[in-house]
Write a protein that binds this ligand. Structure first.
Ligand code: G3P
Ligand code: CA
Length: 256
């Protein structure tokens, strides 16, 4: 498998599964990751949170309530507490045995089959957040995924810190809502390799700015054919989707 840098260089358009294939399975679970792999998506996005005992888990919200049968902040629960929760029934009874995966477990599943877009949720600048970022990088290295992952975040200090650990690690600066700066300015301040924004934030000005500064641009969350056609017309290099299967099928069919 090519490294992510090599792959991106020779691939005009990348479809990234959002929180796994989260339109067809509960987000950020093994089933969602497996569905994304089955769809043939070459990149899978997932979110990382920490537990009170320092474990790195794949989970989107700060609180457990929306997607599990637990309550309260995930960072205040131990790994054992968190892993005992049902992370699938909220989506469908078919997924009642789903648990919250460890980051390492997710990386091991995907290794050799797809690239991983690891979203680090904003962290408060502190020694604790430095420890968390080091631990995420160490997990990636231990799973032999260093050249196959990209780190994305709205927290540009965290991205800068990633580069200080290893400048060869790839990063995507996600546009912070209401930040009116052009992409090259955002990317320059945190030395990111690419830029990401929401569909609502996508504009000709942003795309042109990326083009003239040779910055790849990706957009989230593209879940329909209409949204895909719009993103392609605007000239993005990648989309993040809950339905990678449908989005890739349409992309392939329009090329014929
Ligand atoms: O890829 C970016 C996207 O995942 C950010 O939004 O809320 O889904 O984590 P969110
Ligand atoms: Ca995310």
């Amino acid at each position: 498998m090519k490294t992510l840098v090599e792959y991106a260089r020779c691939t005009p358009f990348i479809v990234c599964a959002h929180r796994g294939a989260s339109g067809v399975a509960p987000e950020n679970t093994i089933s969602a990751l497996q569905a994304a792999l089955d769809s043939g998506a070459m990149m899978i996005e997932l979110d990382v949170q920490t537990t009170s005992d320092g474990a790195l888990v794949v989970f989107h919200d700060e609180q457990l309530d929306r997607t599990t049968n637990g309550h309260g902040f995930i960072r205040q629960c131990t790994l054992d507490d968190v892993q005992a929760l049902d992370a699938g029934s909220w989506f469908s009874s078919q997924f009642k045995d789903e648990h919250i995966p460890l980051l390492a477990e997710a990386l091991q599943l995907v290794r050799g089959r797809a690239y991983v877009n690891i979203e680090m949720k904003p962290l408060i600048a502190s020694e604790e957040s430095a420890r968390i970022i080091y631990a995420i990088v160490q997990t990636v290295v231990d799973c032999q995924m260093r050249d196959y992952v990209v780190f994305a975040s709205f927290d540009h200090h965290a991205l800068l810190f990633i580069k200080s650990i290893d400048p060869h690690l790839s990063t995507i600066a996600l546009n912070v809502p209401y930040d009116e700066r052009l992409p090259h300015d955002v990317v320059r301040t945190c030395h990111a390799d690419a830029y990401g924004c929401s569909l609502e934030e996508l504009s000709r000005e942003r795309v042109e700015d990326c083009k003239s500064h040779h910055i790849p641009i990706g957009v989230y969350t593209v879940n329909s054919i209409v949204e895909l056609e719009y993103a392609l017309k605007m000239g993005v290099q990648g989309v993040v989707s809950n339905y990678p299967d449908a989005i890739m099928s349409h992309y392939r069919s329009r090329k014929k």
